[in-house]
Design a protein around this ligand. Structure first.
Ligand code: DQA
Length: 144
């Protein structure tokens, strides 16, 4: 069976393309999804790609990853990365490897972005490569 990877995107990532392009680049989330799907086809992976602005929905999707036997999760939790103990608890609860993804490098930005709750539960972090962060994270997921 083809392994399925969840690619979960959090708040404000639906606005990529026009949102602070000097930080996040000009790719829309649909552009990123297309790149991820092309790379996944090369790697022999199936992709379930989603975005929500709601913290609890991300928690529900992490639970669903366990229920459905998903192989790995790529998670760009946006600002919830830096605030959400609930996401950390979910990551720890599900027993599915989670790779933290960011377009920018939060550690080179404002101090409030330097701490990551997601990172306390994730197996890896890939950041600062723009849309490329998702592709490198997908390669890491394939290697897991
Ligand atoms: C982000 C970085 C976060 O600090 C920020 O809140 C985002 C996007 C990134 O992909 O670079 O929304 O996760």
């Amino acid at each position: 069976m083809t392994p399925t990877i969840f690619v979960l995107n959090g708040p404000n990532l639906n606005l990529l393309g026009t949102r602070e392009p000097e930080i996040y680049g000009r790719d829309t989330l649909a552009d990123i999804e297309a790149k991820v799907r092309a790379k996944a086809a090369e790697l022999g992976l199936a992709i379930d790609f989603r975005q929500t602005n709601h913290e609890g929905v991300l928690v529900d999707w992490l639970h669903e990853a366990r229920e459905r036997g998903i192989s790995a999760v790529l998670l760009n939790a946006g600002a919830y990365t830096h605030t959400s103990i609930a996401l950390l608890d979910a990551i720890k609860a599900i027993g599915v490897p989670v790779i933290e993804v960011h377009l920018s490098d939060p550690e080179t930005r404002e101090p409030f972005r330097h701490h990551s709750y997601v990172g306390l539960g994730a197996v890896e972090v890939v950041k600062g490569l723009g849309a490329g962060s998702y592709l490198v994270a997908l390669e890491k997921a394939a290697a897991l």
